[in-house]
Design a protein around this ligand. Structure first.
Ligand SMILES: Cc1ncc(COP(=O)(O)O)c(C=O)c1O
Length: 397
């Protein structure tokens, strides 16, 4: 988003704020569609950015939901149960029971363990509702199940009408910068699918895969490089023996580029020869992947001075620090800025995925930032006020 637009949002709504750019989001989805297999449907992993749900809903097929909170958010913004893949390593009985009891037509439930299978099976039997399941296969983490457990479930229940085992799910990690691991994971899935057919006569009808597509946060974005990676991933997917319905679960890569974080300079000083700009936001509100913010420079700049050569004034380097009482609240090191002063606004780019929800938002009991949509029709809409967090940190005596 350009500086003028971000500045007008800062003036209209104040800082700190996250801004989500609808036009960029739609362009991004179109880019991924163009560069991924045409037969793949897209499932947005809600955890990446719940605020993107209403904006992305017209352009994706499904929403992957991993907690009761995410389910409530989907409900609140009108996502239909048929659009939801209920996933997550912890599925509490009360939430699942409520859905099954009311016969809510959730599109798919993923199964992450034998315990989860037993829970879903028991509820399906109790209420007489045939639940549609995807068995998640592990790649050696706490997520999903060993292939032996998948085989056991298929051997015992592959043809059992109590539940409908639709297929498999594989998600093995985020920020996969090469296709090497994807190749292994897809080969593993193909081999398992073949084995389930041969050993149990069980036909996997669907495959849901999280490719963990990467986002470049710290170096310049190279579109040709990204297209090359997507071409490799697509070739692997198209080359699978399994040619049935394919869903790609994606979070980061869909939404990272649509978000900007804007934070205002509230103090500026020089300590022992170093310039420090204190901003009204901080690390409690915005973290980049891996948290290596200072080690690697995030894409940030002083609004109005993106083109330093064209700017008239005194260019100096400034350390950008947030408003927490910790030296860790260091957002960026030595950012060149022109005549930096209190009231200026610093923008951080590519903050549309995870950055706003992975922060330590309760530290120091500061308010959460506002959230603003920059809509494709040119208007701006405040979709969340800057919520105080002190009630969450106050003991009730
Ligand atoms: C099961 C599952 N699917 C999809 C995703 C989205 O991953 P990414 O944001 O890398 O696309 C995650 C992220 O943790 C996940 O746990």
């Amino acid at each position: 988003m350009n500086d003028e637009k971000l500045m007008s949002i800062a003036q209209q709504f104040g800082t700190p704020a996250f801004v989500f750019d609808e036009a960029e989001l739609h362009a991004r989805v179109a880019f991924l569609r163009e560069n991924l297999p045409a037969r793949a449907t897209l499932c947005f992993a809600v955890k990446a950015n719940p605020f993107a749900i209403p904006l992305i809903r017209p352009v994706v097929h499904r929403f992957e939901v991993c907690s009761p909170g995410e389910l409530n958010i989907c409900r609140a913004v009108g996502v239909a149960p048929e659009e939801i893949v209920l996933s997550g390593v912890y599925k509490d009985e009360a939430t699942v029971r409520d859905l099954v009891e009311r016969d809510v037509p959730i599109h798919r439930y993923t199964v992450e363990s034998l315990t989860q299978f037993q829970l879903l099976y028991r509820l399906a039997k109790e209420y007489g509702h045939r639940l549609p399941l995807l068995l998640r296969v592990t790649t050696g983490t706490q997520f999903g199940m060993d292939q032996a457990v998948v085989r056991q479930i298929i051997a015992e229940h592959g043809a059992d009408p109590t539940v409908e085992i639709c297929g498999l799910q594989v998600f093995a990690g985020t920020q996969k910068k090469t296709a090497r691991r994807t190749a292994k994971e897809l080969a593993m899935a193909d081999a398992l699918i073949a084995d389930l057919r041969e050993s149990y006569g069980f036909e996997v009808r669907e495959f849901e895969f999280g490719p963990g597509l990467p986002v470049e946060y710290f170096d310049d974005y190279d579109e040709a490089e990204e297209r090359a990676l997507l071409a490799e991933v697509s070739e692997l997917l198209e080359g699978m023996a399994f040619q049935g319905p394919l869903t790609l679960e994606i979070g980061r890569s869909l939404v990272a580029s649509c978000g900007s974080y804007i934070t205002g300079v509230v103090d500026a000083k020089t300590n022992k020869g170093e310039n420090y700009a204190i901003v009204d936001g901080g690390k409690h509100q915005m973290v980049y992947y891996g948290g290596g913010l200072v080690m690697r420079q995030p894409p940030c700049w002083q609004l109005g001075s993106r083109d330093l050569d064209a700017a008239a004034g005194n260019v100096e380097n400034w350390n950008i620090c947030g408003s927490l009482c910790t030296t860790n609240d260091f957002l960026a090191k030595e950012v060149p800025a022109v005549d930096l002063a209190v009231g200026d606004v610093i923008a951080f780019d590519r903050t549309g995925a995870y950055c706003m929800t992975e922060g330590i938002s309760l530290f120091l009991s500061r308010d959460l930032p506002k959230v603003v949509y920059a809509l494709a029709n040119g208007s701006n809409k405040l979709v969340r006020e800057g919520i105080p967090t002190d009630p969450l940190n106050t003991p009730r005596l």
